[in-house]
Design a binder for this molecule. Structure first.
Ligand code: V47
Ligand code: SF4
Length: 385
């Protein structure tokens, strides 16, 4: 990448020498340390971070942006926990305001996709004391019986830590059991911010950082992949974001089991943190760029468009993002309830292809493990054939 350095310098005009030298170190392949990461977060212009993140993105993925076709099952919004940022869950004591699907209702949702092109189901919800390990094991087995071809990405580490602990099993036993029943991979939710002080203030009662990391480590040791997230833009500082990413980078060095990192922007609609302003687009672009730069061992940086909005997601492709989730058929309520732009997040394949193309990127449909299924870049109209 050496030949790019002088171009980068000229384009950036007056940048302090320390920022410039960090940029050059990164582009010549050095891993970003925490001290330099803090300096970049605090002092580097977003355009500079974006140009570095984009160079890394291009060197790994060219202009390709992946998407996959998935649908969500949200088994319940009843939750034993009380995360202050959550607009979705209803506490156990207010069960009458919540919903809980039966096994038959969830299987009917799977049936609705018979013969359709969706390759993945994402199962995620609240933590209901009556929906235990065995209940979910049986559900997985029945989904697989119907649709052996469907990849099941299911249950955050928070849901798993609770159901496995209640079943009196070790993480290894519980996760091996779910794998045997049909679980293919884990989504990245529940990570929030690992720092114990911040965690105490925003989600005191659910699994802690070490438990989250142990569950993902065990999943990787069992030969399954997972994702990771960060909830940014609330009461945390840049230091907390960096130490969060540091823990993830270390685990990825150890196991190589993470596929994607997904920065989740805090949305302030209808929750106990509604008095906190949401961060602006500049902060979003900085967060995604820093994720691409810092997490040098994560292959994919994903934007979850139902939450961040489709135009922002489109723009973030120039700030490190190479993956957009998903072609969700209006099956998620988590973000519309938190005040995200997308009240009814539906994007069919033609629309997502058009969105990726219109910013000069190349849409490629992937499966859940990032095998390429179809390259749409020559399909000028973005028509689903
Ligand atoms: O853990 C809850 C977040 C997560 C709010 O792995 C909020 O492919 C912002 O993790 N503002 C669940 N965020 C969703 C999730 C996810 C989504 C899409 C893809 C994948 C994947 C994972 O939603 C929770 C929490 O961090 N969340 N409330 C809120 N008000
Ligand atoms: Fe429950 Fe998840 Fe909401 Fe926390 S974020 S209250 S664990 S549903």
């Amino acid at each position: 990448m050496k030949k790019h350095h002088s171009v980068l310098n000229q384009r950036q005009g007056k940048l302090s020498p320390d920022i410039l030298s960090i940029g050059e170190k990164i582009l010549s392949g050095h891993r970003l340390n925490d001290k330099d990461a803090l300096l970049l977060f605090e002092k580097a212009p977003v355009s500079y971070l974006g140009s570095i993140a984009n160079r890394i993105r291009i060197s790994r993925h060219g202009k390709v942006t992946y998407f996959n076709r998935n649908f969500h099952i949200e088994p319940t919004n009843i939750c034993v926990f009380d995360c202050k940022f959550c607009s979705y869950s209803r506490e156990l004591k207010k069960q009458s305001e919540g919903w809980t699907l039966t096994e038959a209702e969830m299987l009917a949702q799977v049936d609705a996709y018979t013969g359709k092109a969706e390759t993945e189901v994402h199962i995620v919800g609240g933590v209901h004391p009556k929906m235990g390990l065995e209940f979910f094991g049986n559900l997985l087995a029945k989904i697989k019986e119907k649709r052996p071809d469907l990849h099941i990405k299911g249950y955050t580490a928070v849901e798993l830590e609770y159901m496995i602990r209640k079943a009196g099993k070790s993480y290894r036993e519980g996760l091996a059991y779910l794998k045997e029943k049909g679980l293919d991979s884990l989504p990245g939710g529940g990570a929030e911010i690992f720092d114990p002080e911040i965690r105490k203030q925003i989600c005191a009662d659910k699994c802690n950082a070490n438990q989250w990391l142990d569950i993902h480590r065990t999943v990787h040791q069992l030969d399954m992949k997972s994702n990771a997230t960060i909830l940014y833009g609330h009461i945390e500082s840049y230091k907390h974001r960096i130490s969060h990413m540091e823990a993830l980078r270390q685990l990825q060095d150890e196991t190589g089991g993470f596929n994607a990192f997904i920065p989740l922007k805090f949305r302030n609609g209808d929750n106990q943190m509604s008095d906190i302003d949401e961060v602006n687009l500049i902060e979003d672009a900085k967060m995604f760029s820093m994720a691409r730069i810092y997490l040098d061992n994560f292959p994919h940086i994903k934007a979850y468009w139902p939450m961040i909005g489709r135009e922002t997601a489109q723009l973030l492709q120039d700030f490190g993002v190479n993956d957009l989730d998903g072609t969700i058929d209006d099956t998620t309520k988590i973000y519309s309830m938190a005040g995200a732009e997308e009240q009814h997040p539906v994007m069919n394949t033609s629309e997502i292809v058009a969105l990726i193309k219109s910013s000069g990127h190349s849409p490629v449909e992937r499966d859940s493990l990032y095998h390429e299924l179809r390259d749409y870049s020559d399909n000028k109209a973005g028509v689903v054939l």
